[in-house]
Design a protein around this ligand. Structure first.
Ligand code: SAM
Length: 189
């Protein structure tokens, strides 16, 4: 039997990454964590492209650096230990894609999670920095309290964005319970 297409919010996001990115593009992983998405982005932008990856935890940078080194992809990626809220200070090209996978580091300290104020600031900055035609992806995890706040606030903020600026789609598994992850995809016009 073939693999199901509707596996998870992250899988939906990965599908957009593959559709949007081309060799030579600039992409941003706003929440590098253990580097799974960073690696995916680095493969898609190719040797001429560049990925900027952010995390506030040294553990995330170490884990991602090891993953990229093992895959021979480290040269394509700039690893940045800073909040994604400060993205504009580090990213000087216009990215074709910016991805957020909110929440806490899998296998790490669950107290260190993305927080609504910096998430909102970073998402607003990302929408400004994106190249025309570029894609913003945000995976939210409402299974914990801060994740629910992030989802509610982003949903409201996205609903107020004029369609002349972005087309925004919410991917939600309607039969997976209230804590199921959600993926927003926002395409800049
Ligand atoms: C769910 S994990 C990301 C998983 C990652 N995409 C992967 O493929 O392994 C969320 C990450 O966001 C990081 N984070 C929390 N606040 C942040 C901030 N203000 N700026 C950047 N990263 C942040 C956490 O340290 C954590 O590693």
């Amino acid at each position: 039997m073939s693999e199901p297409l509707l596996r998870s919010a992250r899988w939906v996001a990965a599908g957009y990454m593959a559709q949007v990115l081309r060799p030579g593009d600039c992409a941003v992983d706003a929440t590098m964590g253990n580097g799974h998405d960073t690696e995916r982005l680095a493969r898609l932008v190719g040797p001429e492209g560049r990925v900027y990856a952010f995390d506030i935890q040294e553990q995330a940078l170490e884990s991602t650096r090891a993953r990229l080194e093992a895959a021979g992809l480290l040269e394509r990626v700039t690893l940045i230990r800073d909040s994604h809220a400060n993205m504009a200070a580090h990213v000087h090209a216009a990215p074709r894609l910016i991805a957020f996978n909110l929440g806490f580091l899998p296998g790490g300290n669950k107290q260190v999670t993305t927080l609504l104020p910096s998430t909102l600031e970073a998402v607003e900055t990302a929408m400004r920095l994106l190249a025309p035609g570029g894609m913003l992806l945000v995976c939210c995890y409402p299974g914990h309290a801060e994740g629910q706040r992030e989802l509610d606030t982003l949903r409201q903020a996205f609903a107020g964005v004029p369609p002349q600026a972005f087309n925004i789609l919410e991917h939600r598994f309607v039969n997976a319970g209230p804590g199921a992850p959600v993926c927003f995809a926002a395409e800049k016009q």
